[in-house]
Design a protein around this ligand. Structure first.
Ligand SMILES: CC(C)=CCC/C(C)=C/CC/C(C)=C/COP(=O)(O)OP(=O)(O)O
Length: 274
């Protein structure tokens, strides 16, 4: 389903030309550096179109591919997508398998695309929960693209932010113990001192590769974060759209960025106060 000719098609033609003109106007204002998405509404889309749920996920994966290319054209440097939460393992096995198959297809397609456009691909989450073949393919892709700097795509898979924090705390404790520092102590004035700092935790987060998102989009008309980038989104612009994810297109992106630009001064001021 996810094929190279689709990417070539999105990058070229008169639609791409019109998009670039539109994006040039949008770039008069501030452009977000990092956009994160919760791709909700794939099954509802399938129901609406009277197709089976699995085809709804295919359409969702295609919409993600479009978003990545639009963001590259617009000058957004980081895109992060919530592809599969740890809680999603409770879904019907056929659905779980479908998303895993799409992940494998995406790895193959992104291997080709990353070389062409110097895209760094990162998988964030508890990757040990993936099957051995997907783990290997994902690790190989991450290693082979680690040096690319044009654009960074993070796919959150087997991810929840609680698991990410737990992992980061464990890694920080391990590091302190290994360095012989311990995790609690007293400073020179004999006051209790925290030896694990926020920077230690942040260093070990799965998302340490990217700055905090500037915009977090959720489609499907929901207003929840569903355990996605909770740590990272304290100052980010939240955008909930009624549209189902496979129908998310260039005009939705433009609308979201315009909305971000309108609120930019306020959010930038808040960030400075942190
Ligand atoms: C690269 C890669 C692996 C892409 C994954 C493709 C993709 C669109 C994944 C979405 C996963 C997911 C559980 C979405 C929730 O929508 P839902 O279908 O549960 O929404 P609904 O039931 O509310 O309609």
């Amino acid at each position: 389903m996810l094929r190279e000719d689709i990417i070539i098609d999105i990058f070229s033609g008169w639609r791409s030309f019109l998009r670039k003109c539109l994006f040039r106007v949008l770039r008069v204002g501030p452009i977000p550096s990092h956009i994160a998405v919760i791709m909700d509404g794939n099954r509802r889309y399938a129901k609406k179109k009277k197709i089976d749920d699995m085809t709804g996920y295919d359409a969702g994966a295609l919409a993600l591919l479009h978003l990545i290319i639009y963001c590259m054209e617009l000058g957004v440097k980081y895109v992060t997508a919530y592809a599969f939460s740890i809680d999603n393992f409770r879904r019907h096995p056929e659905e779980v398998q479908k998303i895993m198959d799409l992940t494998m297809e995406s790895v193959m397609l992104l291997t080709w695309m990353s070389k062409l456009r110097l895209v760094r691909v990162h998988f964030a989450g508890n990757l040990q929960l993936l099957s051995a073949d997907i783990q290997d393919a994902a690790k190989r892709l991450m290693e082979s693209t680690a040096g690319y700097k044009n654009f960074v795509l993070t796919i959150c898979i087997c991810y929840t932010c609680s698991d990410e924090i737990l992992h980061a705390v464990e890694e920080s404790c391990k590091e302190k113990w290994d360095d012989g520092i311990g995790i609690m102590g007293y400073d020179e004035a004999n006051d209790y001192e925290r030896l694990i700092k926020v920077v230690d935790i942040e260093k070990h987060m799965y998302m340490a590769i990217a700055p905090d998102p500037d915009i977090l989009i959720r489609t499907g008309g929901e207003y929840r974060l569903s355990n996605f980038l909770v740590w990272q989104s304290s100052c980010c612009h939240l955008s909930s759209l009624g549209t189902v994810w496979p129908e998310f297109g260039v005009f939705h992106l433009v609308w979201v960025v315009l909305d971000f630009q309108q609120n930019y001064r306020y959010v930038a001021k808040k960030k400075l106060q942190l």
